[in-house]
Design a protein around this ligand. Sequence first.
Ligand SMILES: Cc1ncc(COP(=O)(O)O)c(C=O)c1O
Length: 319
Amino acid sequence: MKMLQQATLLEEFRFPGTLFRVRKIPIAQGWRKIYIKWEGNNPTGTQKDRAAYMHVRRAIEQGYDTVTVGTCGNFGASLAYFANLHGMRAVIYVPSRYTNGRVREMRKYNAEIVYVDGSYEDAVERSVLDAMKYGYYDSNPGSVNSRVALESFKAIAYEIVAALGSVPDLVSVPMGNGTTLAGIYMGFREMLDMGISRKLPVMLGATTGLGNQIAETLKRGSEELVPLREDEVRETEYNEPLVSIKAFDGEYALEAIRRSGGLAFEFYDEELLQLAEELRMEGIDPLPASSSSLGAIERYLEFGGYFENAVAVVTGRRF
Ligand SMILES: Cc1ncc(COP(=O)(O)O)c(C=O)c1O
């Protein structure tokens, strides 16, 4: 009975889903329309809340009492929030070398933190192994329930179409594992297949120049994801969500970018900070890593790409 009540509560959660037109930044001043899909009003300030919400809901439906994930910060904060909201235990694995302040927030939501020596991918691996060992619900990307996160991001595509009345020419998404981008693309595909819409947007992946497997694969023109060595990537205070040695949803993201005629663009920290500054003119306080999505639209234009309207997915900062 208790489980049933929790599940009902989860059903009722609604994401704010804000979309607004950018007016002040230079590329928005001509006839082209640039929109921000603002995920900063979600409970913990990022789009990862959507995946965490779906995972916790699924975990409750399946009778689990503990959820786990390996995280660079944002997803862990999201999972801790929703687990706490619904009386579940959250065990979150964090690479000890990561510097962002979201662990404090995870603790505030009563999560148990396990530090892992090594990379983000090592933290995910430990979380997956412990999920099997201790019977936790596994919320990790690339794992048994990874489809849940992809499904959760489809809603962003639906919300964009609902707000604009049609599919935009271009959708730009900050990219680490590629889950968000791939999930949004699947949403657009679903609408096309169901006859709700008549085209697909060009998908742009916006990421760090300091190591992302999907961008590197596209750069090298390889069909398959290229292996990256640990010394080929470097996390910094600003690029952490975008770095990936192994992109867990890389195949799906590659397919989305390639099939839609899209591209990936890389940004360094100074550029991320500059882009965040540009977005601040629009009255939001974005996470610098996620401001890369605006940069990708600017760069697409510089490369001679044509579009009439474009949407950049941007998340907030909450630490
Ligand atoms: C705020 C934010 N933006 C973008 C990303 C990258 O998303 P994905 O790993 O789904 O590609 C992350 C990943 O954690 C994130 O936290």
